[in-house]
Design a protein around this ligand. Structure first.
Ligand SMILES: Cc1cc2nc3c(=O)[nH]c(=O)nc-3n(C[C@H](O)[C@H](O)[C@H](O)COP(=O)(O)OP(=O)(O)OC[C@H]3O[C@@H](n4cnc5c(N)ncnc54)[C@H](O)[C@@H]3O)c2cc1C
Length: 235
């Protein structure tokens, strides 16, 4: 069995390491001290094709696999764990859309990510971390869609995100089978993002609480079928 990186992977690694040395290391101390992600690095990384690599080429990505994502993430995080995390965490929000999104959702939201937008994966709650099925955020059926109410915590890039992939209970009585995922634009009325939470490290990657106060989400932004959210989160 062959465990060496192939030529393409070595080139990707070399490019990511060079970018990390030139553009990330030099900004690391300031970004960490000020707990501020330098957005110009995101723009440079998008231009070089070092982020959103798992998106299909038809949507502006590279169509690369998980190993290439790991190679790049490792190289970028070597320069600064916070900046590297903020750059690469889009992969977490992209994945549920790649897996369960319909063509219109993929084109719109993965297309925006490919253009440089940041997005967040919003699952964890104050009383639901590892025990994903115990989330309490609700998505109640209303005419034309759902109303989300509840709150999330430790959401990476929440203060920078254009939209969130949010997991909520559409049927709390069904436990993990009652969870559903939604795409929720950050400017939805009733959605607010808290101040970045204090951390011991990784400070350039903002993590924050996200609150939903009767946030209307149209049915067109539901990812997959009702009840498919737990399986989607686990994938
Ligand atoms: C920097 C940072 C960024 C994050 N970004 C995101 C994000 O973008 N989106 C998001 O949704 N969440 C995010 N999270 C949340 C993260 O996913 C949770 O912290 C994680 O799921 C663990 O949940 P918890 O912190 O509540 O710990 P707990 O679930 O309370 O776990 C605490 C400890 O107990 C152990 N444990 C838990 N259950 C069991 C069990 N049944 N058996 C044995 N051991 C167990 C765990 O392994 C852990 O060591 C982030 C967290 C951090 C710190």
């Amino acid at each position: 069995m062959q465990f060496q990186l192939n030529e393409d992977q070595r080139q990707i690694q070399a490019l990511a390491e060079q970018f990390s040395r030139n553009e990330i290391e030099s900004r690391a101390a300031k970004a960490d001290r000020e707990a501020a992600f330098p957005m110009e690095v995101q723009e440079q990384a998008v231009a070089l094709g070092l982020v959103n690599t798992t998106l299909p080429q038809s949507l502006g990505g590279q169509g690369l696999g998980s190993l290439e994502l790991v190679i790049i993430t490792e190289a970028l995080c070597r320069g600064c764990l916070g900046i590297g995390t903020a750059l690469c965490i889009n992969a977490l929000a992209s994945e549920p859309i790649l897996i369960a999104g319909n063509e219109a959702q993929k084109e719109e939201y993965l297309g925006r990510i490919a253009q440089g937008a940041l997005a967040s994966f919003a699952l964890t709650e104050p009383s639901a971390g590892s025990d994903v099925a115990s989330i309490r955020t609700r998505a109640d059926r209303v005419a034309g869609g759902y109303r989300l109410s509840g709150g999330k915590i430790w959401i990476s890039n929440a203060t920078l995100a254009e939209f969130f992939v949010v997991f909520a209970k559409t049927d709390p009585d069904l436990g993990y089978k009652g969870m559903t995922a939604f795409i929720v634009p950050a400017d939805s009325p009733g959605l607010t993002v808290g101040e970045p939470l204090s951390k011991l490290g990784q400070k350039a990657a903002p993590t924050a609480e996200v609150f939903f106060d009767q946030v209307f989400v149209p049915e067109a932004l539901r990812l997959g079928e009702e009840g498919s959210g737990f399986t989607l989160a686990m994938k």
